[in-house]
Design a protein around this ligand. Sequence first.
Ligand code: G1P
Length: 287
Amino acid sequence: MKVRKAVVTAAGWGTRFLPATKAQPKEMLPLIDKPVIQYVIEEAVASGITQIIIVTALGKRAIEDHFDRSAELEQALRAKGEAKRLAEVQRLSNLADISYIRQKEQLGLGHAVLTAKYLVGDEPFALLLPDDVIVHTTPCLKQMLRAWERLGGSLVAVQKVRREEAPAYGIIRPRPLGGRLYGVEGLVEKPSPQEAPSNLGIVGRYILSPSIFAALEATPRGRGGELQLTDGLERLRPQEPVFAYEFLGKRHDTGTPLGLLKAAVALALAREDLGAELQEYLRGLKL
Ligand code: G1P
């Protein structure tokens, strides 16, 4: 079976970025010259996804406008002879078939995924969290889809994290399967460093079997009083296999101001039009 659909969650308050996020969605904060959410949408499309479901909430309308067509803007760019910019905004509004659904209460990632249940239907789907921007010549989701096509079940992306960072991640108990693959023998959401079952933390890319919906519906609220996807996967595990894949690439956590800043510097340094000048500027700062 082919994975056609991807869910992208964009319903959080973005409190870490206040006041920047008081009147604008955190997913629309720019990472250089693109809003953060555009990176994961482009990753999904580059991985072969054709239908995208964005879970939004109150105050997130700018996301819909961003991926919509703006005939007025196109006309203005055409009149000014800005062909390159015109092509870019047209490309953006034709990226994918996007639907939106609102999460009416902030009850956690598991709850956000459940919100998309009827739009996903009875088929495996990808889930991407826009905070995690992952850079590699082969998109992270594409790498995962290749592995998943052989394995089936559900698949989570993992990376090695320091023990003291365990409380920021879902952590898996892995059974090595060779190469970058693991069987998952347990998952814990945000354990203390002492309780962490390994150093493999879940990063915001998943391929989920539709059975996750029933599992989430049967899962009690967990950490922070929220319905955790990690707990839903732990409940699914005795019925269906869950695998983990240690992806290739550099992951940037744009979920905090410092993380977003670091990501912007790293990505800009790698860009032909910005890299050299930024490097010179940074060198000057150190003097
Ligand atoms: C969520 C998940 C966590 C995962 C993380 C990856 O946490 O609950 O299991 O490790 O995303 O970014 P959040 O970062 O939303 O608190």
